[in-house]
Design a protein around this ligand. Structure first.
Ligand SMILES: [Zn+2]
Length: 120
């Protein structure tokens, strides 16, 4: 992969990271806005489930954020676009669709097949 391509992926990843951080900020301020003063138990129940949804979302955001940071690190160290399983190149097309990926399509298919075999 050449410098221009790396630079482009760096931009994509940085933008994704900003979006995730922005979302996380919104989520936190939403939660702070919610008053605990809901006398109707039905309302309270729906507020509680909203809140657990929000927390799940934040867990996913945190995971995504970690993946984005790791991908940015790999750009710096020169490992970006290299499959961590077989050491081969990950196709540009695949990276464009999913810049945080660490596996080439063949290894990804293999690991998915393994997960299925284990019943996960
Ligand atoms: Zn591979």
């Amino acid at each position: 992969m050449d410098e221009d391509q790396l630079e482009r992926f760096k931009e994509i990843l940085t933008r994704q990271r900003d979006e995730v951080l922005q979302n996380a900020d919104d989520t936190v301020s939403d939660m702070n806005d919610q008053s605990d003063n809901y006398p109707d138990p039905t309302d309270r129940a729906s507020i509680e489930s909203d809140r657990s949804f929000t927390l799940r979302l934040r867990e996913r955001e945190r995971m995504l954020l970690t993946k984005i940071n790791e991908a940015l690190e790999r750009i710096e160290t020169g490992d970006f676009g290299i499959c961590e399983s077989c050491g081969g190149d990950i196709s540009i097309k695949r990276l464009e669709a999913r810049p945080v990926t660490t596996l080439c399509i063949d290894c990804k298919k293999k690991s998915e097949a393994l997960e299925k075999a284990r019943g996960e």
